[in-house]
Design a binder for this molecule. Structure first.
Ligand SMILES: [Zn+2]
Length: 64
């Protein structure tokens, strides 16, 4: 997953990845790792990938 211009430090682009410790979100531009609080906030934002999906699917996920 990607979030365009969502980095709290530099307004860079964030991406989601995972390693042996689990899932994390980091910035492409400044390499900053988000805290759990920041991750939770970012995950409520619209992602670049979500724009490709149809509206009924989005509404279903929000309701669930
Ligand atoms: Zn950044």
């Amino acid at each position: 997953m990607f979030w365009i211009k969502a980095c709290p430090k530099c307004r860079g682009d964030l991406y989601e990845a995972a390693d042996i410790y689990g899932k994390y979100i980091a910035c492409l531009q400044c390499a900053r790792y988000l805290t759990e609080d920041e991750q939770a906030r970012v995950e409520t934002l619209q992602t670049a990938g979500d724009r490709m999906q149809d509206v009924p699917g989005r509404l279903e996920r929000i309701a669930a």
